[in-house]
Design a protein. Sequence first.
Length: 325
Amino acid sequence: MTTVDVGSRLHFGFGNLSLAHERLYGALGVALDQPRLSLQASRAEAIDAPERCVPAVETVCELFDLPGAAVTVTDPLPQHVGLGSGTQLALAVAVAVGGAYERTVDVRALAPDLGRGGRSGIGVATFERGGFVVDGGHPTARFTTDRPADGDWTVPPIAARHPIPDDWRFLVVLPAADPGRSGAAEDESIRGVVERADPAPADRIAGTITRKVLPAIATGSADRFGSAVAEIGRLNGTWYADEQGGVYRPPVGELVDALSAEPAVYGAGQSSWGPAVYGVTDVDHAEAAHEAAERALAAAGLDGEVVVAAGRNEGARTVGSDYSA
């Protein structure tokens, strides 16, 4: 049996969604220590796995010529809320099934066959090594408005990676709301965004990354980092407004506004398609940030869950397996 344990991730946004620039997408995000995913795989003569895991198990068995595998998920990530559950699950299944048969799995090479890394490379990169990551995006001429078929791309390269300071904390608010977009619905929405995207925000985002985000994490300044990634989220929201009903999808905007007014929260935004809301804080202000999130949910009339997570500066942990990062 092989066991894989990996954290979730926050997705702060993309560097560019306009066809007018040379590189498309180019995401930035961080790995979290929680919520996290844990699953196990063992050898079997057929596939015995939860429905969500079956496509990844089938792909791995076909690629490695394996008869089957039994997969059990003991600690699942929330699905389609903006925490990267799809990529983390697919890669964890691949590593666990391969490990059960003593096969070395190169997750970066295998990810496209699993349908992962077609736009953002953050999920793959955080699975490999954790930390804060900026990826280099895809060639615009190669992708245009549609990503190629599964397996027919390369996961975006890591353009920058930094360890997350030990005293930083990330507020994760999961309101009881409709899940974020995924699959065909996400593909259709992204296609519409890219077709209409104004190129101007990309230049502002590039400046924010180089002059604010990267210096902030290099110097350990949580307040400057939070302000900078929140700015990137707002700029991304101008691209998505027609698709999601505003700069933030409802009811995320109300929560982001409430958290942004709190001294304990240095910056807030929407992770991916939401409804997950993030806030950047530190260990000294984590309790106050948690209380602020509870108040924000109550004021909005929403049920939900609030988690305060540390950054995760390592990739997936495995027992009984080896894989190539």
